[in-house]
Design a protein around this ligand. Structure first.
Ligand SMILES: [Zn+2]
Length: 329
């Protein structure tokens, strides 16, 4: 029995690298990378990733358990499936990242960074995912990248859809709705996230899911993650989902990114301010001084905007927050 999370946490390789049962074949490809194939050919090819940020433990535990249930025959497999624990070094250290945030280095962005464990891992993940998708041509591709936020959120669970030119997949939108998430956010520009990579290069129906607040291993109440857990299990087993029970999902689009280009950059928010904090027209959202010593304020330019992922501490040149507009019908 392969427990890829236990192996990863002990920094061990699997003794058995592949196996077979009446239902499936599996391959342990590397630290935290497990591939499954059903015995009957499938029209659907799915990547599920967690732990791109190492301290976001609940989705890591959820994915590890899903894999164990597949291996033990507790969960049926009807799709081609690749399960990834993204950043083994950061997972072992219990931190978000070691050198650089991995979810800002896909789509080849790692080429611009100095060599590090994360640069090498991002390159490896791009290769493994590419090989996996291309080995199942003519199938429908999905990618779910699971996260938990590092701060409170007025809307606790939400989905982020990467920018893409192709239409957003109807089945993916149905799954997001059925997952009882509170909000859905459409990106307005190409980023360097893992889901951007799979959407852009393989036309996968890709989504980044923020599933609540990060806690240490063993302290998660996995009950809070039941809805998303059952949606992923239903996808893997090709089963239908029950209808949504919560109120209608709220929908937002990104209208701007706030970039940090000076060390004195300061958001007009408490350090622990929640995601989806609100600013009204004309209110100052952030200040910084440019190289000519001019104070440049970032001001809300719509009646009401919402700030996502506010973070004073990002490195220079990176985004310190996203500005959203609500588009719920
Ligand atoms: Zn994350």
């Amino acid at each position: 029995m392969i427990d890829f999370l236990a192996l990863l946490r002990q920094a061990q390789s699997a003794e058995m690298r592949q196996g077979t049962s009446s239902q499936l074949n599996w391959w342990w490809l590397d630290d935290g990378i497990l591939q499954f194939q059903p015995q009957c050919a499938s029209e659907t090819t799915v990547v599920i990733s967690a732990g791109i940020h190492g301290n976001e433990t609940a989705p890591i535990e959820l994915l590890a358990q899903l894999c164990l249930d597949l291996l033990q025959g507790q969960l049926e497999l009807k799709v081609n499936l690749l399960c990834i624990l993204g950043n083994p070094y950061a997972i072992r250290a219990g931190v978000r990242y070691i050198e650089n945030d991995m979810n800002r280095m896909f789509c080849g962005a790692y080429h611009d960074l100095e060599d590090s464990v994360e640069v090498r891992r991002a390159a490896e993940l791009e290769q493994v995912v590419s090989k996996f998708y291309l080995s199942y041509p003519e199938t429908q591709r999905f990618h779910f990248d699971l996260h938990t936020a590092i701060r409170r959120s007025y809307l606790e669970t939400f989905a982020l859809l990467p920018y893409q030119v192709q239409a957003y997949d109807t089945k993916l939108l149905e799954l997001i709705d059925a997952a009882e998430l509170d909000a859905l956010v459409y990106h307005n520009a190409i980023g360097a996230t893992f889901t951007q990579y799979t959407s852009l290069n393989f036309q996968a129906a890709s989504v980044t899911l923020e599933l609540g607040k990060a806690k240490p291993f063993g302290q998660n109440n996995l009950f809070e993650f039941l809805a998303i857990d059952s949606i992923l299990r239903n996808l893997v087993a090709a089963k239908n989902n029950p209808p949504r029970k919560k109120i209608q999902i709220r929908t937002f689009k990104v209208v701007d990114s706030i970039l940090k280009f000076s060390e004195d950059f300061k958001l007009n928010l408490a350090d622990d301010a929640a995601n989806f904090s609100v600013f009204h027209l004309g209110e100052v959202i952030a200040t910084q001084v440019n190289s000519d010593n001019q104070v440049l304020d970032y001001v809300a330019h719509l009646d009401k905007v919402f700030i996502l992922f506010p973070n004073n501490k990002v490195k220079l040149g990176l985004r310190a927050g996203l500005v959203l507009e609500e588009i719920t019908a």
